[in-house]
Ligand binder design. Structure first.
Ligand code: DP6
Length: 340
């Protein structure tokens, strides 16, 4: 017998201060705080349906129609953490079936673990009646997932406690705060990356000479400065810090042993193009940021979208370029349907 069924969705987020390196691999506690902008629900999102039934014989999970191993440690950590805080379904023996889909093609080459784990945890929390902060549970699935719990601009405080209870996501500004902010995504390569974020950051933490300074000095200062820039809607400072942090993050990867190169020639062409364009304009008109892959995410004010898009189209005719508008709609993880 079906006891409950819930469907929720959660959006992707794009970091401007990058999370790179863990101090605790199991709990997924980071070496530095990070900050991102969350996209809209109707742009890039994951939708997850979870059904609890007394007649299921095991827990099971499908991602985009393909059955996954639910016994994988990150799924188990998340499931156990939610079940230990459950206020519903506690008196009935049952299992859950979970089906999760992304509305963006995996070929878009954009990280789906953030929206995926955020959505899984948010949906499980509805099913099991878990209140309070659940970003720390999403974090245990994939670090960057905790930031997708909120819309607008969100920071992930690295926290100090050993149990990770203070390593949580906090909304810095809501989605209504800076509605002029847009994001353009330039898909450079849609192949799966050679080095996963999880492996890459572990190697960088162990070997890159840049990590110590980055975590102790550079990022703490940038977190303060970018929060202030977001508060003041100061795009000049926001863009400057965003590009510097992306550059430094890829420098950390390049100084890892053996070196990790996520950017390719096209990515570097985009970096040069944007730098030259900003210089010629006399101000920062748009700001690039690259995650652990070659695809560019470009933050820019709405007024500059037409000019910047035409610049990209001139240099990359026929390229897959998508624009995303970030404000001012509701874009936090949301319940789509619930059937007790
Ligand atoms: C470069 O969150 O995917 O996108 O915690 O090991 O699952 P795990 O890593 P993940 O790393 C994301 C790294 C990044 C930067 C960022 O999103 O802050």
């Amino acid at each position: 017998m079906v006891l409950a069924s819930v469907t929720c969705s959660a959006p992707v987020n794009i970091a401007v201060i990058k999370y790179w390196g863990k101090r605790d691999e199991k709990l997924i506690l980071p070496l530095n705080s990070s900050l991102s902008g969350t996209l809209h629900q109707d742009d890039l999102k994951t939708t997850t349906t979870i059904v609890a039934s007394e007649s299921f014989t095991e827990d099971a999970l499908w991602l985009n129609g393909k059955k996954e191993d639910i016994n994988a440690v990150r799924y188990q950590n998340v499931l156990n953490a939610i079940r230990s805080r459950a206020t519903k379904l506690t008196d009935k023996k049952h299992f859950v079936h979970i089906a999760s889909i992304n509305n963006f093609p995996t070929a878009a080459g954009l990280a789906s673990s953030a929206s995926g784990y955020c959505c899984l945890v948010f949906t499980l929390a509805q099913l099991y009646g878990v209140d309070g902060d659940i970003s720390a549970i999403a974090r245990m699935g994939s670090g960057s997932a905790c930031r997708s719990m909120f819309g607008g601009f969100v920071k992930w405080e690295m926290g100090q406690k050993e149990d990770g209870s203070d390593s949580v996501a906090i909304q810095v500004q809501p989605e209504q705060h800076w509605p002029e902010m847009n994001i353009i995504v330039l898909v450079v390569n849609d192949k799966k990356k050679e080095t996963s974020s999880t492996d890459g950051m572990q190697k960088s933490a162990a070997t890159s000479v840049m990590m110590k300074e980055r975590c102790a000095v550079t990022v703490p200062q940038r977190m303060k400065d970018i929060e202030e820039a977001i508060k003041n809607k100061d795009f000049e400072t926001f863009g400057d810090i965003t590009m510097k942090d992306s550059d430094d993050f890829h420098e950390v990867c390049a100084t890892t042993t053996p070196p990790i190169y996520y950017l390719n020639d096209t990515s570097r062409y985009i970096i040069n193009l944007i730098n030259r364009y900003n210089k010629a304009s006399g101000s920062i008109k748009c700001a690039y940021t690259f995650d652990a892959g070659p695809n560019a995410c470009v933050y820019l004010p709405k007024d500059n979208v037409v000019e910047v898009l035409s610049l990209f189209l001139k240099h990359f005719p026929g390229q897959d370029i998508s624009t995303y508008y970030r404000g001012p709609k509701e874009n936090i993880a949301a319940i789509e349907s619930y059937q007790p």
